[in-house]
Design a protein around this ligand. Structure first.
Ligand code: 5GP
Length: 199
């Protein structure tokens, strides 16, 4: 991992991206649970909720018309169609408010979105979450069992492209272990990692 030279006390926007099934969602869920001082952006999406997902907490679940309206009203900092299917976007105003208030803010988004944020907010910290290996990424994607074969193929094709983009990022965290990756991420954000009991 390459540490930033800006100092551990710097508070700013952090963007976490990486290939599909690398565990971005799990790492950000771990941060939500163990680091309440970090504000996690809630994306708008046209995808229907999965069991257990709560509107306004995990996503803002909207229909196509509402997503179109948000784009036209310039309410989204970035947005993208992910895996050629549903649209996802980051509401702009809460991000600006959090950055303005000095609270550490984290966006967990796809590569297309990260590139858009880089153009608009180049001062943000861009972190790439990488799998330990390609084989492990495939194993995680298949093991998750939430997608059918066609959808898995689509996601693997996206993942191949996304892996090639690692060099565009400020630093890489390898997701061997969810807690360790989350701790590493908050450390990069200038926060002190929580002490975990030995297991
Ligand atoms: P899922 O449907 O599995 O929750 O997420 C699918 C993908 O959409 C993940 O790669 C996730 O990072 C990405 N994603 C979630 N929210 C956003 C967003 O606001 N903008 C963009 N560009 N991608 C997002």
């Amino acid at each position: 991992m390459r540490q930033e030279a800006t100092g551990a006390s710097t508070t700013r926007l952090t963007v976490l991206a990486g290939p599909t099934a690398v565990g971005k969602g799990t790492v950000s869920a771990d941060i939500r649970e163990r680091y309440p001082q970090v504000w996690l952006s809630v994306s708008a999406t046209t995808r229907p909720p999965r069991p257990g997902e709560v509107d306004g907490v995990h996503y803002l679940f909207v229909d196509d018309a509402e997503f179109d309206r948000m784009i036209l009203a310039n309410e989204l900092l970035e947005w993208a169609t992910v895996h050629g299917r549903y649209r996802y976007g980051t509401p702009r105003r809460p991000v600006q408010e959090m950055v303005g208030s000095g609270r550490p803010a984290l966006l967990e988004i796809d590569l297309q979105g990260a590139r858009q944020v880089r153009m608009r907010m180049p001062e943000a910290l861009f972190v790439f979450l990488a799998p330990p290996s390609w084989q492990e990424l495939v194993r995680r994607l298949v093991g998750r069992g939430t997608e059918d074969a066609a959808e898995r193929e689509r996601r693997l094709a996206t993942a191949r492209e996304e892996l090639a983009a690692e060099s565009e990022f400020d630093l890489t965290i390898v997701n061997h272990d969810v807690h360790a990756a989350a701790d590493e991420l908050v450390e990069c954000m200038g926060l002190r990692p929580a002490v975990r009991p030995l297991t």
